[in-house]
Design a protein around this ligand. Structure first.
Ligand SMILES: O=C(O)CCC(=O)C(=O)O
Length: 282
């Protein structure tokens, strides 16, 4: 079986040892620096529970920025942080791959271009990057979703490249998915609404099937490529170990990106492919 055949059969492919440990450590160190430099004049919490309500202006304007979002459980009832800020951040998003030199270099490694080409993405554009901490004890669960819901193109083309920067196990909140379930139709479309804010358009009221999902445990350095229609989730982390990961989402320039998708960019930072001079038109 080729990588492409595995991917088309399962909706994901898991490549152990894709990133060497030193490269993982370099991203971990850089993310730590970004958090230490973060001055939270805005407190924005990232949670996949009731996401349309919790998408604030800070989140909605982060498509072409580097911004930090807090864990839902980072706060005490009086609103103060329970722990240090570096143990309180859920994720950094969403343009690390364009704005931060360390993440930009990692994200434009020619091996990533080869991988996306092997998966059948003819004209890749690097749309979104997220650094996900899955903090010890308070790391929030990510409820089951299809990435296409959030990064809608016609036809569907969103593809996730998810990198385990630390060992990801059931205990610290690894990904879960059911092999082959990328044949599920999209259930919801997350979009901006006129006048501000976001909403989910319900396309198919059936819940995403959670049964038969299997844990995609991933040793440090593993890359998991995820089809945009594959329902996947990750558990809360109640363990004492974080589960840091970097996630990069690519779309195909041949597909139409919806103008009311939540993630939009200003003219100053157009989408690019793996080569910085990749053309986005036509
Ligand atoms: O890392 C996680 O827990 C969730 C990541 C995810 O859903 C994604 O990258 O699409």
């Amino acid at each position: 079986m080729t990588l492409r055949q595995d991917y088309e059969r399962d909706g994901f492919v898991r490549l152990e040892g894709f990133v060497d440990p030193a490269a993982c450590d370099a991203l971990i160190e850089r993310a730590g620096e970004l958090v230490l430099a973060f001055r939270p004049d805005t407190v924005s919490i990232f949670s996949t529970h009731d996401q349309a309500r919790t998408s604030d202006a800070y989140f909605l304007a982060s498509g072409d920025q580097i911004r930090c979002f807090f864990e839902e459980d980072a706060f005490a009832p009086d609103g103060s942080l329970r722990g240090p800020v570096e143990r309180s951040i859920n994720k950094i998003g969403h343009a690390l791959h364009d704005l931060d030199p360390v993440f930009a270099r990692f994200s434009r490694d020619p091996r990533l271009a080869e991988l996306t080409a092997a998966l059948g993405i003819a004209r890749p554009l690097l749309l979104q990057s997220m650094y996900i901490f899955k903090q010890p004890f308070i790391g929030g669960e990510v409820t089951a979703h299809q990435d296409h819901t959030f990064l809608w193109t016609d036809p569907p083309s969103a593809t996730g490249l998810w990198f385990a920067l630390e060992h990801a196990t059931i205990d610290n909140g690894c990904l879960w998915a059911r092999p082959g379930s990328h044949t599920e139709p999209p259930r919801r479309r997350f979009h901006r609404v006129p006048g501000g804010g976001t909403a989910f358009e319900i396309l198919d009221a059936r819940a995403l099937p959670l049964e038969d999902m299997v844990p995609l445990e991933a040793p440090k350095g593993t890359c998991i490529a995820l089809h945009g229609l594959l329902p996947h989730r990750s558990g809360a982390n109640r363990s004492a170990r974080s589960r840091q990961a970097y996630s990069l989402h690519v779309i195909d320039a041949r597909a139409r990106y919806r103008a009311d998708n939540w993630l939009q960019r200003g003219a100053a930072l157009p989408l690019r492919g793996f080569q910085l001079d990749d053309d986005v038109t036509g």
